[in-house]
Structure formats: C-alpha cells, structure tokens
Write a protein that binds this ligand. Sequence first.
Ligand code: ARG
Length: 587
Amino acid sequence: MNATQEKLKAQVEQALIAAFGADFAGVDPILVPASNPKFGDYQANVALSLSKKLGKQPRAIAGAIVEKLDVSEICEPPEIAGPGFINLKLKTAYLEAQLNAIQADPRLGVPAAKTPKREIVDFSSPNIAKEMHVGHLRSTIIGDSIARILEFLGHDVLRLNHVGDWGTQFGMLIAYLREVYPDALTTANALDIGDLVSFYRKAKLRFDTDEIFQETARQEVVRLQAGAEDTLHAWRLLCEQSRQEFQIIYELLDIKLTERGESFYNPLLPGVVEDLEKSGLLVENQGAKCVFLEGFTNREGEPLPLIVQKSDGGYNYATTDLASLSYRIQQDRAKRIIYVTDAGQGNHFAQFFQVARKAGWIPDDVELVHVPFGLVLGENGKRIQTRFGDSVRLRDLLDEAVSRAHADLKTRLQEEERQESEQFINEVARVVGISAVKYADLSQNRTSNYIFSYDKMLDFKGNTAPYMLYAYARIQGISRKGDINFEELGNNAVLLEHETELALAKYLLQLDEVISSVEQDLLPNRLCEYLYELSKKFNQFYDRNQGVQVLEAQEPQRTSRLVLCDLTARTLKLGLSLLGIQVLERM
Ligand code: ARG
C-alpha cells in the first residue's frame, strides 16, 4: 500500500467511526485500487460488508460514510456506485504535487523501510569440482535481484554463497587424483575446471564400481575431516580452482557475494546432533541418527526420517543446513533468511525448517523462506543441453547471448547507416546480451519453468531487456535532440491535461507499491511487469497520433512533459538497476 492509499484508508476509517460510533474503530475499510479506471482510482468496499451488522442497505451505509468523509485534499467528491461502492478519484492537482515531489527525490518516492532488518539471502551456491549449471544461474540472478531490492529499501543484507565445498565427493576426487594426476593435488592451477569436472566424473564412476577404491575414498574423507595436512592442501587447491571459474561468471553478471561454504560449518556439526539429542528429538534408525518428520511419508505411508548423522558417522547436506541456520540466527542475527534454489529442493527446506522449529531454534521474530524456481528448458521444451547432450556451460551461454547481441547490433547499424566505434559496439552488445539473459529469467514468475530462447530474449519487441533499454535510450535521445538537461528543468512544473499524461503520471506513482510487494513476496517478475507497463504507457504518451507533443509543445506544457520523460527514464533506470541491469544512454 502506498502513502496515498494509506491516507485514504485512514480517512475512511475515521468517517466510519464518525458515522457509526467508536465500536467501528479497527474495521477494515477494504480500500482497493479501482477495478476499472472509469470508476476512479480507488474504491472502499466496506459498506457492503457491514450491511448485516448494521441492518441497513449498503448504499445507505455508504451514504452515511461519505457524509463524514473528508478527502477533499486528495480526491474529487466521492461517488457511490452500484450496490454501495465508494469510488474515489484522485485530484489532478494532487497528482501534480506528488509528481513534483518525486522529481526532487532520488528515491523516486520509495521510502526506506521504517524498521530495517537483518536479512540473509542465500543464493547462487554452486558446488566445488562441479560445473555451475543453469539452475545456479537462475539462483544467482534471482537472488541478486532480491538482495538489491532489500538493500535499496535500507535493510542490512548479507549475501551468502553457500558453496558445496565439503563432503564425500572430495574423498573420491582426491583419491582418484592421487592415482592418476598427483601434481594436481600439490601445484596450484594444474587443472582447469573442465579437467576437474571430467576427473570428477571418472572418480565417481570408479567409486560406483570398485569397492577397494570406495574404501580408499572414504579414508580420504576421514583424513580431510581430521585435518590431515596433505589432504587439506589438496582440497584447498581444488576449491581455489573452482572458485576462479565461478568468479568469471560473477564478474560477467556483476554479482557480489560473500562466500561461506559448507565447510565453514563443519566444526559445528557434532553440536547440531547433540542439541537435537538434548531436545529429545533424535531417534536411532538402522544405525543412523534421525528426526522423524510430520507430514512426510514414504510410499508405504510410514513417517519419513530426516537423517542428521549417517551410520558411518558422516554428516550430510541437511546437517550442514541445520548448523548454518542456527549460526545465522545466533551469530548473524538474521531476522529473515531467504534461500534461493530450484523447486526440486522444496522438501529439503521444509524438512530441516521443521526440525529446527521443533527443536525450538527459531524465535518468533525470525522468518525462514525458501524461494523456489522452476527449470530452464531448451527450445524443444526439454532440459537445456548442448548439441552433444552435455549440460551447457554458463560461460558459453552468456558469451553466446553477447555475440548474438553483437551481430544484431551490426545489422541494425548497417540498416540505419550509422557509424559507431568498435568500443561502443562491444559495450552495447555486452550490456544487451547480459541484460537479456537476466531479464528473461526475472520476468517469468520464478515458480514456473521457462524456455530459454535467444531469439525471444533479444527481441526489441515484447517484455524483454532490449525493449526496456530502448525505451530508456529513446528518452535520453529526446534530451539530446532538444539539448535539454533533465536535471535543470526546475521544480513544480508538472501540469497534467492529456489522458495519456494522466495515465503515465498515475503509473509513475506506483513504484513504491510494486517494490514493497516484491519485498514481501520476493517475486521480481512484478517489477519487470511494472517496468514493461510503464514503457508502454510512456510510448502511448509519446505517440505521434494518440499522445502529446513534447519538444514541439508550447510552455508551460513543454517543461511539464519533459519532466514526465525524465521521471520515466529515472524510474526505468532505478527499476532495472534493482534487477541487476545497467542502462545505456545510447544503443
Ligand atoms: N549447493 C546447493 C546446490 O547446488 C545449493 C545450496 C543452497 N543453499 C543451502 N543453504 N542449502 O544445489
């Protein structure tokens, strides 16, 4: 709810009390955006809900409320419609004042959070010695956008990369490398990530088929956990190797993250089991220590256990997540912990959240949220793969987007007979390519699967990054063409007359509502939709036929319209920056 809506809500609440007495304090006025712009901007539907209680016709109730309702500063005189809706239409003068106010506000009317919170966003989180895959790409893009939005709202955000850097895979890998390529375990940069991944595959194959090797690998894990220097050194080298590869992706995508991998919590794992033991939740089941879960059953309908310590004494993914959870609450003082992973891990999160709750680790003021997302599919509707059936390397995927953007731009320049420097072309291609990939992901409701299509995401038409970037650049073009400095337009210039001006103006004022909805439901696609709709409203306003003249208009309209242009551009720039997308002044 934005400030205007809050003000109106408070006024209707007061009118209710004035009309029907103090008993009606706290009754929700049911103030909602109007279902149809014909009826104004907002409507209060409370009269309909009070009919029974008051034993009166809703229209009569609405009449009594309106009689006491003072919204004259904000609205035209309220109107009663249909069975008893109270319709409210914002005054043009009020809208003008609001726009003048956001023009002078670098935050464009989005207030900072009243009570800033410590929030953790756990995202990206690839695994060492494995390739970072498209699922990690989604997590990275969505998690980064959520973090940016929370940061903008003034929350104290800790961006954590829960890298999979611990566990049995290292036993396999180290045991295998000792045999086939011992140099890799002692010399930095002896391997690249491609080698690492293929060694990992071979090690896994060996592990699955060779019992003696299995034992050697297990011993290697024990040595690692016990801190044997040579094994630890090898482990560090492997991690470093992967980290360098991940870093390339983070730089391409402009992502900042604090690495705190699974290994960080290793010393805390025995404590997790002890604490669960103390709270009486732990059960021994076939040698493993586990907690039985409510609401999770196996095929036979028997309750399912969450294993926290395997029969061989080893810990697992869930144990680490339990340890990290309590660390994040106690040491990091997090009030909301947001985990961004594929929807396939939904059960994992529900399960260890439940165990932590049962153990009493989660204070009432701490919120745990799993932010799930769907799969990335190829154009054939199946999981995205290379022509050879391998999983796609993220670097290749991003490079491809950039090189296609590059080719598209060259064609466009030729068509427009424009000359641009190599540097300009490369920069535009980079921004367009990377933005297209990010935006294609963010603009989907994250819970659904989406089809990865270069053609679609690079299209200048539709809900795409290029469309949005173009709208921004087009507005900057207006300022270049008219030799106008948007920063020097002066204040209090807004004057709203034309229908398309009013529509654009009202839309510009909704940014704070959208951002606060994303703060709550963590769906960045809402922001994308908003920006897309805003660009469309702008294009209608600037349309030669249905819209208004801008540069050619007379004063005072000309300056007012330039302010609307500038506000649109700034809203696009801010909104896109919250999606991790950089704008271009020219493209
Ligand atoms: N490394 C995991 C994976 O690749 C994701 C970790 C997500 N974070 C967490 N706290 N479990 O699937």
